[in-house]
Design a protein around this ligand. Structure first.
Ligand code: ZN
Length: 141
């Protein structure tokens, strides 16, 4: 989910049409490269189906848990809302097709993935610098 998502009190539907590929709740940046303009209904369906999973986690849960031996969606383990969301997003019960759509529409590009890695490194460095500074201040006491 992202900030500023206005929810309808009754239906809980998401009205915002900006989606963060790496959810801010999972440490994703608010930067432009992490944001997508999306159709509101598809956006709501995505979060109904996957909550705040990362793209690779969406694909993992589909492959490891939601796919039967024929490569079709195991509808019996999803809620009615999730099943409706699935067909809204993917329009098919073939799970390999859904994984392809996630990789195409709901994942970062290769360049964006590199930005994400850099961003994580920068954030880690900030934390390490802060800890070092705090230790130096303690040693002076
Ligand atoms: Zn979102």
């Amino acid at each position: 989910m992202q900030e500023n998502e206005k929810r309808d009190g009754k239906t809980g539907k998401i009205h915002n049409n900006k989606h963060h590929i790496i959810p801010t709740s999972r440490g994703g940046p608010k930067n432009g490269w992490n944001k997508r303009s999306v159709n509101k209904e598809k956006h709501a369906a995505l979060h109904t189906l996957f909550a705040n999973l990362l793209p690779e986690e969406m694909i993992l849960i589909i492959e490891l848990s939601w796919t039967d031996k024929k490569g079709l969606l195991k509808e019996e383990i999803l809620s009615h809302d999730q099943i409706r969301a699935w067909y809204h997003l993917f329009g098919t019960n073939q799970t390999s097709k859904a994984a392809m759509i996630i990789r195409g529409d709901w994942d970062l590009s290769q360049d964006e993935k590199e930005e994400w890695e850099e961003w994580k490194l920068k954030r880690k460095k900030k934390i390490v610098d802060f800890v070092k500074k705090t230790k130096r201040m303690e040693e002076r006491r």
